[in-house]
Design a protein around this ligand. Structure first.
Ligand code: MG
Length: 504
């Protein structure tokens, strides 16, 4: 990174402290999700809130503010990386300068408490116990939206925090036409003669040893080139990836004894997030250009490895003997074709993270609509379970029997996040568009039939990973694919793939 401007140099020195405090805070967050004993939740909430307050002070520091103003007044003198650095600083600073410190600290504190309350409420299936926390979280988010400001909808201000410039209008323009296309494809697959609603390879009677599943996850992570010298894998209730530093990118997973697929696809998914972080130019470490550029672009990388690689028929064919070696009793006699269908099994289900590629989008559309209604006060927290179930019926044709299968399933609201969910579906769209560009240059299927992933990773490294936050999502997608985000690639990918698998 070439920084010659003295103001930017000083800003980067100051930012380094913010970055370090952020890393320390991430260690606490990782520990909260992986190790924390229940009685320690109060203490952890105070520790995290204190760090947030220190970070906020750094952003509010008068010298830092005036340096940022100076840099902004002579952008024409800066090189591309310097301009991008200032743009990134402006974006974060805006949050700390507009939202009062008490509100920021309160959100951190409330989130830590809510997380513990949510875990218990979900376990015991008691939405009522979580409802008061959710109300506080919504109120704080509404307050944040007011302070940040917006043109049409307070939810816009929250969406923008996860994806630069994202608005309700933009999301609707993508999601509204997408929904019937997904529903139609789902109907077509279900009508196919080759469609089987159940598989005897996933059954309560079967026992896929957790130990072997962990070995498969390690195999998958090594295969995709995840750097274990700069990361590790642990177990948590909700799988996630967290960057504690450029050289410490950790992932978590979970294991179900009756289904061997989930821990494999989680390894590919979280591994994909981690490869992005591990592939960012080391020169950006500790600067505002470190880290993935947005939640959608991040999700495009995880979904790319999970779906475009991990669920690719050629790749599963190649993987079949390995899976058979790990699970000889259960899979020893199974054909590659059967495993391809199993990994690409399509069936409406209640749980988002277990959803197939087609119904996944419908889960997100539901959450987007509900968030919009909650933030705008059109939906009361008390009525959330009913509204959730009605939308499940409308979009997926099924209704959850309990709230932990419904509105209590996701961690995001308990974490204090509103506006996060749309990034998941946008990530799928970006992944398909990136993959389409990749296939123009490289014969992906041929490589996957040999289990050869190095060339694919190099392409991602060169075109996406190394840049970190240098280019914003709309610039990045234009650079890589020659056009702005276009949902047609996602639909094209799904249609082609599932037509082949189910002879549609
Ligand atoms: Mg993800």
């Amino acid at each position: 990174m070439k920084v010659t401007n003295p103001t930017v140099k000083k800003l980067l020195e100051k930012y380094r402290e913010i970055s370090l405090l952020g890393n320390i805070s991430a260690v606490l967050d990782w520990d909260l999700n992986v190790n924390l004993p229940p009685k320690a939740s109060q203490a952890r909430s105070e520790q995290s809130a204190y760090l947030t307050s220190l970070i906020t002070d750094k952003w509010l520091n008068p010298e830092f503010k005036s340096l940022l103003e100076q840099a902004n007044s002579h952008l024409d003198l800066l090189n591309e990386e310097e301009v991008s650095t200032i743009r990134s600083l402006n974006r974060s600073a805006r949050f700390y300068h507009k939202v009062p410190k008490e509100v920021i600290v309160e959100l951190t504190k409330t989130s830590s408490e809510s997380l513990i309350a949510w875990q218990k409420a979900r376990k015991e299936n008691k939405f009522k116990d979580f409802a008061p926390f959710l109300k506080r979280i919504i109120k704080l988010n509404q307050l944040i939206a007011q302070h940040l400001g917006y043109k049409d909808n307070p939810y816009d201000a929250l969406l923008d925090m996860f994806e630069q410039g994202l608005t309700v209008k933009k999301v609707r323009s993508i999601f509204v036409p997408l929904q019937p296309k997904l529903t139609n494809l789902l109907m077509k697959i279900k009508r196919s003669k080759q469609y089987l609603p159940e598989s005897n390879l996933v059954d309560e009677q079967l026992n896929y040893s957790v130990d072997h599943q962990k070995q498969v996850a390690l195999f998958a992570l090594k295969k995709i080139n995840y750097d274990f010298e700069a990361g590790r894998i642990d177990t948590s209730a909700h799988p996630f990836t967290i960057e504690l530093d450029a050289n410490d990118v950790r992932i978590t997973s979970r294991y179900k004894t009756n289904d061997f697929r989930e821990s494999f696809t989680i390894a590919m998914h979280e591994g994909g997030h981690a490869l992005y972080e591990q592939g960012i130019s080391p020169e950006y470490s500790g600067t505002p250009l470190s880290g993935g550029v947005s939640f959608s672009i991040h999700e495009s990388q995880s979904r790319f490895w999970e779906n475009h690689i991990g669920r690719n028929p050629e790749f599963i064919n190649w993987l079949t003997p390995t899976l058979q070696a790990f699970y000889p009793e259960q899979l020893g006699q199974v054909s590659g074709d059967k495993l391809i269908k199993l990994f690409n099994h399509v069936k409406p289900s209640c749980i988002r993270v277990e959803a197939d590629e087609i119904t996944y989008g419908l889960h997100i559309i539901l959450r987007f609509e509900i968030e919009d209604e909650l933030i705008n006060g059109r939906l009361k927290v008390e009525n959330l379970p009913k509204a959730w179930n009605a939308k499940m019926k409308k979009y997926l044709g099924i209704e959850p029997k309990t709230d932990n299968q419904g509105c209590l399933q996701d961690v995001h609201w308990a974490h204090g996040s509103f506006g996060y969910f749309p990034s998941y579906l946008l990530g799928n769209l970006y992944a398909a568009q990136f993959c389409n560009a990749l296939e123009k240059e490289i014969n992906v299927e041929e490589l996957l039939s040999r289990g050869e992933l190095g060339t694919i990773l190099s392409w991602l490294r060169t075109n996406i990973h190394q840049h970190g936050s240098l280019y914003w999502p709309d610039e990045l997608v234009k650079r890589v694919t020659g056009e702005k985000l276009n949902p047609k690639y996602f639909i094209k990918y799904l249609k082609e793939k599932y037509s082949r698998i189910y002879s549609l």
